[in-house]
Design a protein around this ligand. Structure first.
Ligand code: GLU
Length: 480
């Protein structure tokens, strides 16, 4: 069997669109599942859309997501160059060949021809063409599409696709400036680069019959086609950068991990046999088969991505998690505390690594928030401001006597023993301490973890302050 060769062929636009990244991933997975080659080709023939540094962005995204390419502009194989603007003589040569084979012709019309129309220049005689060329008239080269019959092909996802030839337009192959159109370059390059499985967005589905006419004219073997349904924002709209939808770089800036993004987009239109969702790139390679790609458009669900990102964060070992979030601490935590302990508390709760998500979780570390008696009221814990005051008065001497604030287990048992000694449920003691240390309804970590982070002195200060605040409150709000 022939070695499978797929290619990812992005245009350097300056960002990595989610749909493009998914195409890259499927190309990569299809190649690697079969021990084949994954080729990177830069499609920069639309010079108007060129953006400085855009190729580096493509390299960076592929590297960050672990999709290593076997051949590309930076490490060419035998079929280079891998950048289309460096292949202009090749397109010219094949455009000439196509003319000789009767599959293309010169066109001197200055206007556009209508969609689905045949170009009148296809009827010029050889002599007329030569005279115009000699006179230096500008020209484009157009495909000469058949006037009758059916152009068809089989797509792995969409099945049999047919187009009546009289509906096919004589599309431009080579522009007057010598640049090829996508419509021409993709055929020439895919053939010369030995690409035998073409994976791309379904926007190319309707043009593919015309591409196959070119393959046939050159007597080249057609590739296998896998056209992918679009990634949608909702039922009606496609996800697109132009509509302000997030690119890979945007998602990363929002605190999503490259491996989580990749895992999530793998499932946008494909599903493994079992219901496994969290999958590494290696697991994806093993499991990825074409027959499980869906024809239905996939909807990009950010909440699901957020959930998955949280799963990736939780599956890290503490040190890796800490290294992933610690850059956010200098701007969110000003108190001198053990930041690894903070990470320990955040890891079970954080879904995205960004300042806006972290700051409200750690704000109480710098300073206790303003006193609010209502937070001491907790139905399930059966706490009230009044009985919290009593509990804190019991707990304060015990916390004063306790030496090692880094011994979480020991402190937890001490607090539980205290509750037991007074015939109280654990929450009756632990909830008031946790609130006293934060004045927040919820915090990452409970009374023990927060005391550990704050240290003995600050913990005791906050407990004393809470007792004073509660005493005032009780005085001002006598029970009826
Ligand atoms: N350069 C095209 C794009 O970015 C690639 C299409 C293809 O994969 O053939 O849409």
């Amino acid at each position: 069997m022939k070695k499978i060769r797929t290619r990812f062929a992005p245009s350097p636009t300056g960002y990595m669109h989610i749909g493009n990244l998914r195409t890259a991933l499927y190309c990569y997975l299809i190649a690697k599942h079969a021990d084949g080659d994954f080729i990177l080709r830069i499609e920069d023939t639309d010079q108007k859309r060129e953006v400085e540094g855009a190729v580096d962005i493509i390299y960076d995204v592929l590297k960050e997501t672990g999709m290593n390419w076997d051949e590309g502009p930076d490490h060419p194989g035998d079929v280079g160059p891998y950048v289309q603007s460096e292949r202009l003589p090749i397109y010219k040569e094949y455009a000439q060949k196509a003319i000789e084979l009767g599959a293309a012709h010169y066109c001197f019309c200055d206007g556009e021809i209508g969609e689905n129309e045949k170009d009148p220049c296809r009827n010029l005689t050889k002599e007329e063409v030569q005279a115009k060329l000699d006179a230096g008239e500008p020209y484009v080269i157009r495909q000469t599409t058949p006037t009758e019959g059916i152009a068809d092909f089989d797509d792995e996802i969409y099945g049999h696709i047919e187009a009546p030839c009289d509906s096919l337009d004589d599309q431009v192959l080579l522009k007057s400036d010598g640049y090829p159109t996508y419509n021409f370059a993709n055929v020439i390059d895919d053939h010369l680069m030995g690409i035998n499985v073409v994976v791309r967005g379904n926007e190319y589905l309707s043009s593919t019959p015309k591409y196959n006419l070119l393959y046939d004219a050159f007597n080249w073997e057609r590739p296998q086609y896998i056209h992918l349904p679009p990634v949608m924002k909702d039922e009606h709209q496609k996800l697109s950068k132009r509509n302000g939808d997030a690119s890979f770089q945007d998602l990363k800036a929002e605190g999503y991990l490259p491996e989580a993004i990749l895992n999530y987009i793998a499932l946008l239109g494909w599903a493994p046999k079992d219901d496994q969702e969290i999958m590494s790139l290696d697991e994806l390679i093993k499991a990825f088969t074409i027959d499980r790609i869906s024809k239905a458009p996939a909807i990009f669900d950010k909440d699901k991505l957020t959930w998955m990102n949280g799963m990736y964060l939780r599956n890290m070992n503490l040190e890796t998690f800490h290294n992933t979030v610690k850059h956010l601490y200098p701007e969110t935590i000003t108190r001198d505390v053990d930041l690894l302990e903070v990470s320990k508390c955040l890891q079970p709760r954080l879904d995205r690594v960004n300042k806006d998500d972290v700051a409200p979780m750690v704000d109480f570390i710098n300073e206790c928030l303003p006193f609010d008696a209502a937070i001491y009221k907790h139905k399930k814990m059966k706490t009230t401001p009044e009985n919290s005051l009593e509990a804190l008065k019991l707990a304060l001497p015990a916390m004063e006597a306790w030496e090692d604030y880094t011994d979480d287990d020991g402190m937890m048992h001490m607090q539980m023993d205290l509750a037991k000694a007074h015939e109280l449920k654990n929450g009756r003691v632990m909830w008031p301490i946790r609130v006293a240390l934060s004045n927040k309804q919820s915090t990452p970590g409970g009374s023990v973890e927060i005391a550990h982070i704050l240290g003995k002195e600050e913990t005791l200060n906050r407990m004393r302050k809470a007792i004073a605040d509660l005493e005032n409150w009780v005085k001002e709000n006598p029970a009826e």
